[in-house]
Every structure is written in C-alpha cells, then in structure tokens.
Design a protein around this ligand. Sequence first.
Ligand code: HEC
Length: 148
Amino acid sequence: MMKASIATAVCLVAALCTPAQANDEDVKEYREHVMKSLNAQAAILGQIVSTAVPPDNLQAHLDSIALLASTALAAFEPKVPGGEAKPDVWAQWPDFSKRMREFADKTAAAAKLGHTASPEEALSNMLDVMDCKGCHEVYRNEKKGKKP
Ligand code: HEC
C-alpha cells in the first residue's frame, strides 16, 4: 500500500517535471497558426485602411497583432526546420530573433499609440510596423500558392 502510493506520487511529480514533448509536426503547426493569425489580423487592418470596414474595432485588432507578435519568437525557439522556414532561422538566430523582437516592439508601440491617437494617426506608420515582407524575404521559403 505504502509502496504503491509512493510510486504514484513519484509518477505525478515526474509528469509535472517533464511536460509532454511536442512532436516536430506540432511545433511547425503551432508557429504556422501564429503566422496565419497574424495574417488574418493584417488583412483586417487592410480592410480598415481601405475603408471597406469602419475603424470601430481598430484598437482590438492592434492589440491582437501586438499579442500575437509577442508569442511569435517562442514559437520559433524549438529548432525544427521545415514548413516554409529556411534553415537560416536557426543558423542566423541572433539576427532572426532580433527582427522578431523588433516586430513585437513595434506592434506593441502601435497598440499603445492607438489608445491616444486618431485612427488615421494610429495607422499612419503601418508599413514600417507591419514589415512582414522584410523577414519573409530572408527567412521564409514561400511555397507556391500560399500568401503572402
Ligand atoms: C522575424 C520574421 C517574421 C516576421 C516579422 C513575420 N513572419 Fe511570417 N513567417 C516567418 C517564417 C520564418 C515563416 C515560415 C514558418 C513555417 O512555415 O514554419 C513565416 C510564415 C508565414 C505565413 C505562412 C504560414 C503557413 O501557412 O504555413 C504567413 C501567412 C505569414 N508568415 C504571415 C506573416 C504576416 C502577415 C506578418 C506580419 C504582420 C509576418 N508573417 C511577420 C517569419 C516572419
């Protein structure tokens, strides 16, 4: 009885100490989901900029982008090449992580500005903030038929 409960306790602790390992496919899928979520939010900003939809929810979308951007670096931390990620993501990790941090910082600043600025002002430097292409050109091997 005593032995069994000790074994159970040890198992429980071991389970807590070693979280289930995400497999490589999960790792790739996770970072792709983060990127796709960013993509959807970027598309919404585009709709707002083009006045296809009113800017009523602009702050929520700026906040969403900043939040997603803040999760992106961790999504790439496991070194699992594949998907559309070039091996340079990990070979040039100091540069890649610097770019991702800058992206997170800029989107956070844009979300902060949104609280005090007019929609026009808040959106005025979006080309600089949403520099998705700058990173993709170096680190993403875009497969045909996928956007952007
Ligand atoms: C610092 C680098 C970096 C930044 C900034 C960045 N991305 Fe990416 N993105 C990547 C990499 C690397 C991949 C490839 C990931 C993979 O396939 O495993 C990727 C993949 C994608 C994909 C394809 C996901 C799929 O379906 O497989 C989309 C869509 C995307 N990014 C959108 C965006 C948008 C929109 C932004 C800007 C708002 C952005 N990204 C900013 C590096 C970046």
